[in-house]
Design a binder for this molecule. Structure first.
Ligand code: ADP
Ligand code: MG
Length: 163
């Protein structure tokens, strides 16, 4: 099973495409999921998430929910929740959001700036760290659970199939 996956993405379109691959692998795995996205402002966290949400069938825009903190999307397959905790003053504010409800059941939770919610967020199944400059981005996917390992395995297999 794959515990770590490294990928490059040059430009926004490549990042959205990678997000769609992640979406396909996530959709193929059963059950609820928590994914942390690490990386500075402008690294492409929201862009990657846009790809995931597009894969599930959303055709409109996907913007970081900077002020509302969470944007829930309803799909037939499962709910997908996009968090951006950049403006969270204190982790306890998450209680007012009814945070626990989001993590119940089979929802896929994608969380930007998870450090801001430390102590009140569940552990991540998958952590994605993005670095880079100019149009170049490097992504490191770290699987912390068996479910996430299977997701990375699916992404790896898809990559081999495309060669
Ligand atoms: N390879 C790339 N992947 C993602 N975004 C890129 C890339 N190259 C340039 N960009 C630009 O960087 C910005 C990323 O923004 P965004 O996804 O909102 O980042 P974040 O959510 O991490 O703050 C966009 O303006 C996008 O056009
Ligand atoms: Mg963002």
């Amino acid at each position: 099973m794959t515990k770590q996956l490294l990928r490059d993405a040059q430009g926004e379109d490549a990042m959205v495409a990678l997000g769609q691959q992640l979406g396909a692998a996530v959709a193929a795995s059963a059950g609820g999921l928590v994914i942390f996205l690490q990386g500075n402002l402008g690294m492409g966290k929201t862009t990657l998430i846009r790809g995931v949400i597009r894969y599930f069938g959303h055709t409109g825009t996907v913007k970081s929910p900077t002020y509302t903190l969470v944007e829930p999307y309803r799909f037939d397959q499962c709910p997908v929740n996009h968090f951006d905790l950049y403006r969270l003053g204190h982790p306890e504010e998450l209680e007012f959001l009814g945070i626990r409800d989001y993590f119940d059941g089979n929802a896929v939770n994608l969380i930007e700036w998870p450090d801001k919610g430390k102590g009140l967020l569940p552990l991540a199944d998958l952590t994605i760290s993005i670095t880079g400059e100019g149009p170049q981005r490097q992504l490191q996917f770290d699987a912390n659970t068996v479910v996430a390992q299977a997701i990375l395995q699916t992404m790896k297999s898809a990559e081999v199939a495309c060669d």
